[in-house]
Design a protein around this ligand. Structure first.
Ligand SMILES: C[S@@+](CC[C@H](N)C(=O)[O-])C[C@H]1O[C@@H](n2cnc3c(N)ncnc32)[C@H](O)[C@@H]1O
Length: 307
């Protein structure tokens, strides 16, 4: 039995559910697709995973934290593109999956099994980039995560995170036959009720009722601001826009964004902007204008392709 790292019963429960999902081998628990072998190809692959929020940031010699990144390629690619990379996740099985893959490629990573709200094993100011995809939804208190991330970020460091879109999230499984009805109010902090907790990937179906929370957009932005971070990009998007049968998740995600992603930056201790107010050369690039992201091979994180 692995030692308890969960800071509360929510995380302990979600850890059990993710171990169950990983045991079944569902897509989110193991890296999907195969990145090209060339450096440029790897960079393109990583830029797709990060939705170009780090495009143009030279990773050579950087220190990167892949937070709750257990099921993805991102940690391996950050490392292969020259960054000293640490992978954090609560799921030992998913850490082991990435460790095996990294070993087979001769790629070095540091691994840490912990709750994303407790990064006490990591020193302050240790990272230039923290990449954190699709997992804030599993904790009730994003402020605790963002406070920890702010602490481990170095001055001038960048934090990119995404989570389920807090409006759209209320409408999955809610089709009445004529329209969608929110499963709870936007203003309550309760977990979003899940009516059918079966993660359905065709032949693989797993009963895993995770606790999931829709974090209000204003809260996410204001938590970053209160933590002392500067938000310099916010995106809302869906993994695809073709739609689907009436009432399906795909139909919903054609009309509303599935995800929200935020980029925030810790002020560098020396100075902020240049004397003339211009961006410093080490700043991340300006947020790209909204474009439909290029075909992302990742499946939508909903449990069923269509209800
Ligand atoms: C939807 S997956 C995303 C995985 C990865 N970031 C990616 O995009 O491929 C959610 C991840 O969050 C992890 N997780 C859930 N609760 C966590 C917690 N409290 N602390 C750390 N990791 C957690 C799960 O183990 C799982 O790997």
């Amino acid at each position: 039995m692995p030692k308890r790292v969960a800071v509360d019963d929510v995380a302990a429960h979600n850890e059990r559910m993710w171990e169950r999902l990983a045991k079944a081998g569902i897509p989110y628990t193991r890296p999907q697709g195969t990145p090209p072998r060339t450096t440029q190809g790897k960079r393109r692959f990583l830029d797709r995973i990060t939705n170009a929020t780090l495009a143009g940031v030279d990773l050579g010699g950087k220190r990167v934290l892949s937070l709750a990144g257990g099921g993805g390629w991102d940690a391996i690619l950050f490392a292969e593109l020259g960054a000293a990379t640490t992978l954090v996740d609560i799921s030992s099985r998913q850490l082991a999956t990435v460790r095996r893959l990294a070993r087979s490629r001769g790629t070095e990573l540091d691994y840490l099994r912990t709750d994303m709200r407790d990064l006490s094993a990591l020193g302050s100011g240790e990272f230039d980039v923290v990449f954190h995809q699709h997992s804030l939804v599993f904790v009730p208190d994003p402020a605790r995560v963002i406070a920890e991330v702010t602490r481990v970020l170095a001055g001038g460091g960048v934090y990119v995170f995404s989570t389920m879109h807090p409006v759209t999230f209320l409408f999955y499984e809610s089709w009445t036959g004529t329209g969608w009805r929110p499963k709870k109010t936007y203003f309550s902090d309760r977990p979003v009720p899940v009516l059918d907790p079966t993660w359905d990937f065709g032949r693989v179906k797993v009963h895993a009722p995770t606790y999931e929370y829709a974090h209000r957009t204003s809260d996410l932005v204001n938590i970053c601001v209160r933590a002392g971070l500067t938000v310099d990009g916010l995106w809302e998007w869906s993994p695809h826009y073709e739609g689907g049968p009436a009432g399906s998740d795909d139909a919903l995600e054609q009309k509303l964004p599935a995800f929200i992603q935020i980029r925030a930056r810790k002020a560098s201790s020396s100075s902020g902007r240049g004397a003339n107010g211009s961006r410093r050369r080490t700043d991340p690039p300006a947020p790209p204008p909204f474009v439909r992201p290029p075909g992302d091979s990742r499946p939508s994180p909903r449990r069923t392709p269509a209800r």
